[in-house]
Design a protein around this ligand. Structure first.
Ligand code: TYM
Length: 352
């Protein structure tokens, strides 16, 4: 069968969103809602795979929802909700726990990074995290998943799970009238934003991340103008005497490459344009990047300032955010419940 195009993606409500989330995923989400049926989730079940303070979690869920809307998601057009209000995610995840193999999960690099050295102390949820992610997508039989580059491996696993489910239950799926034995689609990763891998401002070889202890390593959507200016001013560059002249030169200098990439993505120009700006603003000696950093600050403040003000405005009315989430959850369930009913039949459960 052919599947109707449907987009699903999500972000974790752990603290505020940062520039990596915005450029790596959000920009693409906003673009896709113009042409597709889109479902955007605040993945609170994923968040608790590491400890979350309950009061802070509630605030983060609302703040991430506000950030979605402030960035340009329209909750009337797209479905916006928090994961825990739709029980089908957890239900399908259990079934996928029984489909996915230990060997598959053992290969997940993000688990290794997040669990660190003391793997014995990591939660079981953190280990099974990719199965829940597959359930998020497949509970809607979604076909396209816009994400940053770091989610590629998780999406490959979701594709493997879809395929194994289809093949394990092939005859049962056929009996339900799916002549080709395909119940779940193979969800396509869409990794095409303007900056699919935004790096730390302190280390051009590490990705920008919420879990990095130094706040100076990232620009948050909630940072004010002075904070953004300060972080860019202090962003690491290198000791070379001249700015890179070609894209090849640029690639060999990760910190500068990252700043040029961020500039290009925010300004809506190419990296070549960023290189020209580097050349035309280059100062002498230690101030070689000062002019470029000033231009970068300007465009960052111009883009992010209005988003921040809108988040603050929306957060002043938490009841309204909760209403948006409840409405989104109701619409999400209208899609996920019938899918889950079919899954139960396919697996061989009895439904009342
Ligand atoms: P999360 O919350 O870590 O990140 C949300 C989105 O932001 C992207 N991203 C980045 N992109 C570019 N550069 C960066 N430095 C950067 N940091 C984060 C991520 O790739 C992601 O698209 N497992 C997911 C959430 C999730 C999900 C899903 C996504 C749960 N279920 C189903 C898609 C479909 C995560 O932890 O994203």
């Amino acid at each position: 069968m052919t599947f109707q195009d449907r987009v699903f993606s999500g972000m974790q409500p752990t603290g505020t969103l940062h520039l990596g989330n915005y450029l790596g995923a959000m920009v693409q989400w906003i673009e896709m809602q113009k042409s597709h049926e889109c479902i955007y989730c605040v993945v609170d079940l994923h968040a608790i795979t590491v400890w979350q303070d309950p009061a802070e979690l509630k605030t983060s869920i609302r703040q991430v929802t506000a950030a979605y809307i402030a960035s340009g998601l329209d909750p009337k057009r797209s479905i916006v909700f928090n994961q825990s209000q739709v029980p089908e995610h957890a239900e399908l995840a259990w079934i996928f726990n029984c489909v996915a193999r230990l060997g598959w999960l053992n290969r997940m690099t993000q688990f290794k990074e997040k669990a660190g050295k003391d793997r014995e102390a990591a939660s079981v949820g953190l280990y099974a995290y990719p199965n829940l992610m597959a359930a998020d997508i497949l509970a809607y039989r979604a076909t396209h998943v816009p994400v940053g580059d770091d989610q590629k491996q998780h999406l490959e696993l979701a594709r493997d799970i879809a395929q194994k489910f289809n093949s394990d239950f092939r005859s049962s799926i056929e009996q339900k009238g799916y002549a080709d034995g395909v119940f779940f689609p193979q969800p396509e990763p869409v990794i095409t934003g303007p900056a699919t891998r935004v790096m730390s401002l302190r280390d051009g070889t590490k990705k920008m991340s919420k879990s990095e202890p130094s706040d100076m390593s990232r620009i948050n959507l909630m940072d004010d103008t002075d904070t953004i200016a300060d972080k860019i001013k202090r962003a690491k560059t290198d000791m070379e005497p001249a700015p890179p002249a070609t894209l090849d030169d640029l690639r060999a200098r990760p910190e500068i490459d990252n700043l040029v990439g961020i500039y290009a993505a925010l300004a809506g120009v190419t990296k070549e344009d960023g290189l020209s700006l580097l050349a035309s603003t280059a100062g002498e000696g230690p101030s070689i990047f000062t002019g470029f950093k000033r231009a970068l600050t300007e465009v960052a403040v111009e883009k992010l300032g209005p988003i921040r003000s809108e988040i603050v405005r929306l957060m002043a009315d938490p009841a309204e955010i909760d209403r948006v989430l409840a409405d989104g959850a109701r619409r999400a369930r209208a899609i996920a419940t019938p899918v889950m009913d079919e899954v139960k039949d396919i697996v061989g459960f009895i439904r009342g």
